[in-house]
Ligand binder design. Structure first.
Ligand SMILES: Cc1cc2nc3c(=O)[nH]c(=O)nc-3n(C[C@H](O)[C@H](O)[C@H](O)COP(=O)(O)O)c2cc1C
Length: 334
C-alpha cells in the first residue's frame, strides 16, 4: 500500500520508517533461497467503511491526483532501497488505478470518459515510477483482462491498455480479472463492502466450479495483440493454474510467457521446486476452495484449508485427501 493507512491488515510502503522492515523481509527470503527473486506490488486503494460507503474515482479532486502519482514514486524509491528485485504497479481488481482504467470510471474531466483519458493517471504513475527507478530496473504492471461486470472493461479495452503500456516500456504485463465493487453483494451489518462477494469477485480467484486455467484466454489475447503491435513484453497468465503440467502446456502453446501462482503456493510453497525436480506427484494441490480468500475478506489470518490446524509446513501430499468433485458433499452440484 502506497498511501498511509492505520489498518494493521495492510502491508505498507508508505513511509521511510517502513523500509528497514521491508528490507528484513527481502533479506529473509534471500537467505532462505538465494536463487529467488522478490518483487513488491505497489498499490493505491479506494477507501471503504463499515457503514457501506466506498470511495470512487469520481471523488478525487484534480489536485489530489498528483499526490497519488507521488505516493507511487516514493514507494518505488523505498522498494529499491529495501532491495526488491522488481516492482509491480497494481492496475487490476478493485484498486484505484484499475478503477480509473475501468469503463465504470464516471469522471467527466480528462481522467474519465474515453479509454485514453481513463489510462491517463495509470500512465502518469508508470512513467513517474520509471523515471524514479531508471530504465534498467524491472517494472511490471498487473491489469484486468476483463472486469466481469456489466459496466466494466472487456478484452476490447484491456488489449489496448496492454499495447499502450508496452509502448511506455513496461517490463511485463500480468493478466488477472474481476474483483470489482460494482456487482458486490450488499455488505453484512458492520462490514465494509467486499469486492470478492459478487460474480466479478468470484472470477479473481476462480472457485472450484470454474475450469482450470480460467483466464488463460485473456493472457493469450493480450499477448497476441501486444506481439501484433511489435512488442515482446512478457505476459503472465494467472488464475487456477494448479499443476506443472497445465503450466507447461500454457508455455509450450505460446499462450503466455510466465505463470502466476497464488493459492497453489499458499497450499504448497514447494510447488515450483517439486515441479523442477519432476516430483509433481508430491505437490499438495490447491482445491480452489477459497478458504484463504474468504479469511482475507473477513480480515482474518490467511491459512490453507489443506494444512492441519497450526501446521507450519505443507502436509504430506499422500496423507492429504484430494477433493475431487465426486468426493464433494451430495448437496453440492456442479
Ligand atoms: C488471499 C489472497 C490474497 C490476494 N491478494 C492479492 C493482491 O494483493 N494483489 C493481487 O494482484 N492479487 C491478489 N490475489 C489474487 C491472486 O494474485 C491471483 O490472481 C488469484 O488468486 C488467482 O490465481 P490462483 O488461482 O493462482 O490463486 C489474492 C488472492 C488471494 C487468494
Amino acid at each position: 500500500m502506497v498511501l498511509p493507512s492505520r489498518s494493521s491488515f495492510n502491508l505498507r510502503i508508505s513511509d521511510d520508517s517502513l523500509t528497514d522492515g521491508l528490507k528484513g523481509l527481502v533479506d529473509a527470503v534471500r537467505s532462505a533461497n538465494p536463487e529467488t527473486k522478490i518483487g513488491i506490488q505497489i498499490m493505491h486503494f479506494l477507501k471503504i467503511a463499515r457503514s457501506g460507503w466506498r470511495q470512487k474515482v469520481e471523488d478525487f479532486k484534480p489536485e489530489e491526483l498528483p499526490v497519488i502519482v507521488a505516493q507511487h514514486v516514493q514507494a518505488a524509491r523505498r522498494a529499491v532501497a529495501a532491495g526488491f528485485d522488481f516492482i509491480e504497479v497494481h492496475m487490476a481488481h478493485a484498486y484505484t488505478l484499475a478503477s480509473f482504467i475501468s469503463r465504470s470510471n464516471g469522471r467527466t474531466d480528462e481522467y474519465g470518459g474515453k479509454l485514453g483519458n481513463r489510462m491517463r493517471l495509470p500512465a502518469q504513475v508508470f512513467e513517474a515510477v520509471r523515471a524514479e527507478v531508471g530504465d534498467d530496473y524491472p517494472v511490471g504492471i498487473r491489469i484486468n483482462g476483463e472486469d466481469f461486470t456489466a459496466s466494466g472493461s472487456t478484452l476490447l479495452q484491456s488489449t489496448r491498455v496492454a499495447q499502450r503500456f508496452a509502448r511506455l516500456g513496461v517490463d511485463y504485463i500480468s493478466v488477472s480479472a474481476g474483483s470489482r465493487f460494482e456487482d458486490a453483494a450488499p455488505p453484512q451489518p458492520n462490514m465494509p463492502p467486499d469486492p470478492m462477494s459478487g460474480y466479478s469477485g468470484h472470477r479473481m480467484s476462480p472457485w472450484w466450479w470454474f475450469p482450470d486455467m480460467t483466464h488463460v484466454h485473456l493472457a493469450q489475447a493480450i499477448r497476441e495483440q501486444v506481439r501484433r503491435s511489435g512488442f515482446n513484453v512478457p505476459v503472465v497468465a494467472a488464475g487456477k493454474i494448479r499443476t506443472p503440467h497445465e503450466a507447461e502446456q500454457i508455455l509450450a502453446q505460446g499462450k503466455a510467457d510466465l505463470i502466476g501462482l497464488c493459492r497453489p503456493l499458499l497450499c504448497d510453497p514447494d510447488w515450483p521446486i517439486k515441479a523442477r525436480a519432476e516430483k509433481s506427484r508430491e505437490i499438495v494441490h490447491c482445491t480452489s476452495c477459497n478458504w484463504c480468500l474468504e479469511a482475507d475478506s473477513r480480515y482474518e489470518k490467511v491459512t490453507c484449508s489443506r494444512w492441519p490446524e497450526g501446521a507450519v509446513v505443507a502436509p504430506d501430499p499422500f496423507a492429504a485427501a484430494i477433493a475431487r468433485p465426486s468426493e464433494l458433499p451430495a448437496d453440492v452440484s456442479l
